[in-house]
Design a protein around this ligand. Structure first.
Ligand code: HPA
Length: 249
């Protein structure tokens, strides 16, 4: 049985079309999650939704309590988590508006609580992370996008940066050399904590700008916001389709 939790990022603070049945504040051993969990029906499926940056988008990427967010979803019964992330495009085809389903990541973040484990005697701490995303859920997302008629790039390496500032051109050049195709500030430690909690986790990444130095001029927030607004409709179509195809819970 799959119980789906959705983590909405920038531009997806709430899920239009979610028929809300309950809102619940969940306490976790790691502290408060970013928002209450919203339970409801979406595409005829019972799901739960959490706003990564808070309901009013007040929590910056480096301040998000990733452990609490994932633990809250798990405590509420989620088995699968679909996370929506806004990213910058490094590779030329990751142009603003494009959607990708990453299959690899590189972590450049620092100073974030990045694990639920504290004690060297806990051998479970050394999770396997060879494939950082849940393969089965990725396949479902790609199939759902096809059904929804939404173009998605089916493989991408996500570079997670600390933020909140954007990167320099030299940093993006280095990430490019490292093999990153997209860059965002929230993909880690979200993915690894999900794995620690044994949640099946995958990401829908919406490119909202070209990364630093990949387009002429500076990166403007109003352009990012316009692309977010325009792109989230297609992200919602993929979400609706993937849920429609999930077995009823
Ligand atoms: N860099 C890092 N994070 C981002 C970007 C970017 O260019 N765009 C959206 N999130």
């Amino acid at each position: 049985m799959s119980v789906i939790g959705i983590i909405g990022g920038s531009g997806l603070e709430s899920l239009d079309g979610l028929a809300v049945t309950q809102r619940k504040q969940v306490a976790t051993p790691y502290g408060e999650p970013s928002s209450v969990l919203t339970f409801g029906t979406y595409a005829d499926k019972q799901i739960m939704f959490l706003a990564r940056h808070g309901d009013d988008h007040s929590i910056l990427p480096h301040k998000v309590n990733y452990c609490a967010n994932l633990a809250a979803l798990q405590q509420a019964g989620a088995t699968h988590v679909i996370a929506v992330c806004a990213v910058g495009g490094i590779r030329a085809d990751m142009s603003p508006g494009s959607i990708s389903i990453p299959d690899q990541l590189i972590d450049y973040t620092c100073s974030r609580r990045h694990t639920i484990y504290e004690d060297a005697r806990d051998y479970a701490a050394h999770i396997d992370f060879t494939e950082p995303y849940c393969a089965a859920l990725r396949v479902q997302l790609i199939a759902a996008a096809q059904k929804a008629g939404v173009d998605v790039i089916t493989s991408a390496t996500y570079g997670a940066t600390q933020g909140p500032r954007l990167e320099t051109t030299a940093e993006i050049n280095r990430m490019d050399r490292d093999g990153c195709h997209i860059v965002g500030m929230t993909g880690m430690p979200e993915a690894s904590i999900a794995r620690e909690l044994e949640l099946c986790y995958a990401v829908i990444a919406l490119s909202v700008n070209y990364a630093a130095g990949r387009a002429a001029g500076s990166i403007e927030m109003q352009d990012i916001e316009a692309t977010l607004k325009q792109g989230m409709g297609r992200v919602r179509s993929v979400l609706a389709e993937v849920l429609a195809d999930m077995p009823a819970t």
